[in-house]
Design a protein around this ligand. Structure first.
Ligand code: ADP
Length: 482
């Protein structure tokens, strides 16, 4: 489920980013009234880069290198605004402005990583600071005036001379009214010969870089969100495992004393401690029934926690299925008698013989079926039957109770599911019994079924193929379930 959520979030965010990029590409460029046609090739190349590269530094470097190789500009430098501190960081400087033999070792990429706050820029009267503060393009011919306080004046002059920079133009990078950084363009010709067409190109490039910065910011937010979702998922799984452990431990702890109570009440009923008075008899009977009820709920809870922890197993032995059925009916008869419900058992004429089943688990399924049949039948009868076909053993528990609404039939074996009419009739219920039954029967290689018309009773059953429950030749002694 969480995985589905993460995948959906990713899909929608990526769709949003792609749409945003398409929108910005059209509208931002359009806002500045620039005809993109002449420089379409470089802008298109940058568009493709934006879609293919998700690392801020790497993408910025590839963009400034594209600018120096694919335009008449000498090179470029990109700064971005740090999302938390608001400082401006130099992300990339074109390779064309790096040291070569011809430049005598002068290298503008020393600025890379340089970090200055807007206040420091204004204080040092840097022209980059001006461009950012006034949110407009600023052009000039002295590198020192732009790059202070990062570059000291004489060093700036040396670099400018060695690299042959004649003019610098800075554009702030603004996307949807938010300052994202600045881009400096370097020319090997003076400001006077920078044409409107150059400005159109620089503005379009600034917009394009703005889209790239926003895109990467969105992606990093998405990654961050993903990471948090993953952490939350791990946390949930741990809590889920703790909950399963808790249920498993408490169910075990509660089951032992309840089994003792069950044993003593049955000894009392059997007269092992002397005859009971007529007033005591119904009280002890009630204690026995309630204890059984709680033991059955605990067994279901234990089974569910084992299913969740993938530790649910069946332990087969050769057993007489008819005996288990008779036992279950005897155990639940008092419950039926309380409601004046008649419970009968119909067995096949020819005994089935030993079958290879988990006696405790099959008993758990039958207890659930018969208990439900009694519980959801206000008055009438319950018939438990076993039939055989040439291939299968078919066990059915048919009642004349409230039945199941047609539209709820298919959800019967889902965890925690309780139909509306059942909830109305019996408020206490877990919706776990049938879920566990499904797992038990399927683990035996069988199938479950239910037939019902609301108001006309229900038939719950299961079918076990002989082939799936045949006793292996080596084992023959039938076991009993208690
Ligand atoms: P519980 O009985 O504790 O609610 P179960 O898993 O045993 O949980 O049953 C799930 C639901 O299936 C019940 O709440 C009820 O809606 C429906 N159901 C089961 N057996 C019967 C039945 N014999 N007659 C009508 N509805 C039934």
């Amino acid at each position: 489920m969480t995985r589905l959520l993460i995948e959906s979030a990713l899909f929608f965010c990526l769709a949003g980013i792609s749409f945003g990029m398409w929108w910005s590409t059209r509208h931002l460029r359009g806002n500045h009234g620039v005809d993109p046609a002449p420089d379409l090739a470089i802008l298109h190349q940058i568009d493709r880069l934006i879609l293919s590269d998700a690392s801020l530094e790497h993408l910025s470097q590839r963009i400034v290198d594209l600018i120096s190789s694919g335009t008449p500009l000498q090179g470029a430098l990109i700064r971005s605004v740090h999302p938390k501190t608001g400082e401006l960081i130099v992300l990339a400087v074109s390779d064309s402005l790096r040291a070569t033999d011809a430049t005598g070792g002068a290298d503008l990429s020393v600025l890379r990583g340089g970090t200055v706050s807007p206040a420091q820029m204004l204080q040092s009267r840097s022209l980059v600071g001006h461009a950012i503060n006034e949110r407009r393009m600023v052009a000039g011919d002295s590198l020192a005036e732009f790059e202070r306080p990062l570059l000291e004046a004489t060093e700036a002059a040396r670099l400018q001379k060695a690299l042959g920079i004649k003019a610098v133009v800075v554009y702030p990078i603004i996307v949807e009214d938010r300052l994202n950084g600045a881009i400096s363009f370097f020319f090997d010709r003076p400001t006077a010969v920078i044409k409107p067409r150059d400005h159109a190109l620089m503005q379009a490039l600034a917009d394009e870089v703005g889209i790239a910065l926003v895109n990467i910011d969105l992606l990093s937010q998405l990654e961050d969100m993903n990471k948090r979702l993953e952490d939350a998922n791990v946390h949930l799984q741990t809590m889920d495992a703790t909950k399963d452990d808790f249920i498993s431990i408490t169910s075990h702890q509660l089951r032992s004393p309840l089994t003792a109570i069950k044993g003593y009440t049955s000894m009392l009923t059997d007269g092992d401690f002397g005859a009971m008075t007529p007033r005591q008899r119904p009280v002890i009977k009630q204690i026995a029934e309630s204890t059984n009820e709680v033991i059955n709920v605990l067994n279901d809870m234990l089974s569910v926690s084992r299913i969740n922890a993938e530790k649910f197993e069946i332990t087969r032995a050769p057993v007489m299925l008819e005996d288990i059925i008779k036992d279950v009916v005897v155990e639940l008869k008092p419950l039926a008698q309380n409601k004046q419900i008649r419970v009968s058992v119909v067995l096949p004429k020819r005994p089935i013989g030993p079958v290879f089943l988990d006696p405790l688990r099959i008993r758990q399924v039958l207890i659930n079926y018969v208990d439900n049949a009694i519980k959801y039948t206000p008055h009438g009868k319950v018939v438990v039957s076993v039939e055989t076909t040439p291939t299968d053993i078919v066990v059915k528990v048919k009642d004349s109770g409230i039945g199941i609404p047609e539209d709820e039939l298919k959800r019967m074996f889902t965890k925690f599911y309780r139909a509306a009419n059942a909830r109305q009739m019996v408020t206490a219920g877990t919706g776990l019994g049938l879920y566990v039954a499904k797992r038990v029967i399927e683990d035996h290689g069988g199938t479950l079924f239910v037939e019902s018309v609301e108001g006309q009773g229900a038939t719950f059953g299961f079918r076990l193929p002989f082939a799936a429950v045949a006793v292996p030749e080596a084992t023959t002694t039938p076991a009993t379930a208690s």
